[in-house]
Write a protein that binds this ligand. Structure first.
Ligand code: XMP
Length: 517
């Protein structure tokens, strides 16, 4: 096992969230520059901040006016800790007020693209052109720069657009450097991080692996750990990280519910059991699931049966591995942000996994808690996991059962699995696999008449569903080329017995959803 001890803990740049719609985006942009960044509440205390030992602070934008009653205030003490600070939009105004400057409703509200003239000698604008465009979204403006800071930019409407004091480590911009509509925005952030904070972009996937390995060892010690594998990328990467850290103290449990895509179960077993030699319990529960699903057509009922049975099987298997104290979960940073800050590390596992025995107290080990999905994928690559697994499209927990629109049978599973494999093959060959969010086959359980080799057929249709999306909350149907659709259709009808028609789903979300059930 490689020795990764002695890795320095990464010092983050903390983004104080004043409620702006771009606050998360700031952390993403900073991370793209290979500096760890995390979101914290705007009213974080000085002691809490000091404990995190941040490299720098960024004050986010926010919807309020600094003059409104109850507007989130900035503790002036945060500006004199010797930690470099960048204020953005509301953050700039809050900084100006806290330091004795003025903020007024000037009538020069700006929304959208705006011209910007900057002082090229300023640290934030080093090596950048004096005349730029930027993205503005504000009513109020700083009307007097606080003493000790210099004005370093004006917008087209004449509003003060930037100010700084290198000596005091204080910087601010009225515009939004984090949005793509500010062409030099990322350069401004880079200047702040590199020249303002001395951050040199060391937060690489290799660093993340080394640091997490150190943390996992610290947390787990010599105890035993279990991890449920789903076939998806998050649980797989989490398991690999834990295995890298504590080796055979980890046992993975893979519950095969028989609702996976072609070759999926084999890939998990090959990768974990053979290639990485991780202790793996492969539970063959296919028949149990199919028996319980027999005759069930109602989507929610299907989901409930699958979810509950999954937990029951996991429970039974983990009971056999007595002595485990930790449960690995692939919780992501987006989950952490969405559920607010959660400090309690020790929880009853059934809160998270749903249905584990009341008296079973497992501590959680969540090595991906700081990472967004694309960062998890890069960590997976760093760990030597194959591209095919790491860059796999999302797949729902209830699997193919919710893509068979009707009751689930062996025959229908086999048809859908086969059609889906053909579709994926064509999509990959045409270079579309990574251009869409998801692409898959759906089997509606109706039959239609066709003709094949001069004979009548009466068989199922397959529906092609391919969508583009950023986050699965909304989606559009992918405009796949007609030639590609033609080859998918021809191959499915020719190669998959029991199918005589192929249709294309051209619904967006909303009003449709990505899955059919
Ligand atoms: P919908 O169909 O709601 O799906 O538009 C949004 C995204 O979530 C995936 N999905 C699931 N993922 N368990 C999961 O892990 C589930 O039960 C589940 N249902 C839907 C879906 O594939 C899409 O990416």
């Amino acid at each position: 096992m490689p020795v990764e001890d002695g890795v320095e803990q990464e010092r983050p740049v903390l983004v104080l969230d004043f409620g702006g719609q771009y606050a998360h985006l700031i952390t993403r942009r900073v991370r793209e520059l290979r500096v760890l960044s995390e979101l914290v509440a705007h009213d974080v205390t000085v002691d809490e901040l000091r404990a995190r030992n941040p490299r720098g602070l960024i004050l986010s934008g926010g919807p309020a006016s600094v003059h409104e009653a109850g507007a989130p205030a900035l503790d002036p003490a945060l500006l004199s800790l010797g930690i470099p600070v960048l204020g953005i939009c509301y953050g700039m105004q809050a900084m100006a007020l806290a330091l004795g400057g003025d903020v007024g409703r000037t009538g020069a509200a700006e929304f959208g693209k705006a011209p910007l003239t900057v002082e090229p000698g300023a640290l934030l604008f080093r090596d950048l052109p004096a005349d730029q465009t930027c993205w503005m979204s504000h009513n109020d403006s700083v009307t007097r720069v606080p003493e000790g800071l210099g004005e370093t930019g004006r917008s087209g409407s004449g509003a003060i657009a930037a100010m700084e004091s290198v000596e005091r480590g204080l910087y601010a911009v009225q515009f939004h450097p984090e949005v793509v509509h500010t062409p030099h925005g990322q350069d401004v952030l880079r200047n702040f991080l590199l020249h303002g904070c001395g951050a040199d972009g060391t937060w690489t996937p290799a660093h993340v692996v080394a640091e997490q390995v150190r943390r996992i060892r610290e947390q787990v010690g010599a105890e035993r750990v279990i991890c449920g594998l789903s076939g998806g990328v998050d649980s797989a990467v989490a398991a690999m990280l834990v295995h890298r850290a504590v080796g055979d103290q980890l046992t993975c449990i893979f519950v095969d519910h028989g609702l996976l895509r072609e070759g999926e179960a084999e890939q998990v077993v090959e990768l974990f059991g053979s290639h990485f030699a991780v202790p793996l319990v492969h539970v063959q529960a296919q028949e149990r699931f199919i028996a319980l699903l027999a005759g069930v057509t109602e989507p929610e009922q299907k989901r409930k049966i699958i979810g509950e049975t999954f937990i029951r099987v996991f429970e039974e298997e983990s009971r056999k591995l007595d002595g485990a104290r930790f449960l690995v979960q692939g919780t992501l940073y987006s989950d952490v942000i969405e559920s607010g800050s959660r400090t309690a590390a020790k929880i009853k596992s059934h809160h998270n996994v749903g249905g584990l025995p009341e008296d079973m107290e497992l501590e959680l080990c969540e090595p991906l808690r700081l990472l967004f999905k694309d960062e998890v994928r890069r960590v997976g690559e760093e760990l030597g996991m194959p591209e095919r697994m790491v860059w796999r499209q999302p797949f729902p927990g209830p699997g193919l059962a919710i893509r068979i629109i009707g009751d689930v049978t062996h025959e229908r599973l086999s048809i859908l699995r086969h059609a889906d494999a053909v579709l994926q093959d064509e999509i990959r060959k045409a270079g579309w696999y990574n251009r869409v969010w998801q692409s898959f086959a759906v089997l509606p359980c109706v039959k239609s008449v066709g003709v094949m080799g001069d004979a009548r057929t009466y068989a199922y249709p397959i529906v092609i569903r391919a969508v583009t999306s950023d986050d699965a909350m909304t989606a559009d149907w992918a405009r796949l080329p007609h030639d590609l659709l033609a080859s998918i259709s021809t191959r499915i009808i020719n190669e998959v017995p029991g199918v005589n028609r192929v249709a294309l789903d051209i619904s967006s979300k909303p009003p449709g959803t990505i899955e059919w059930e």
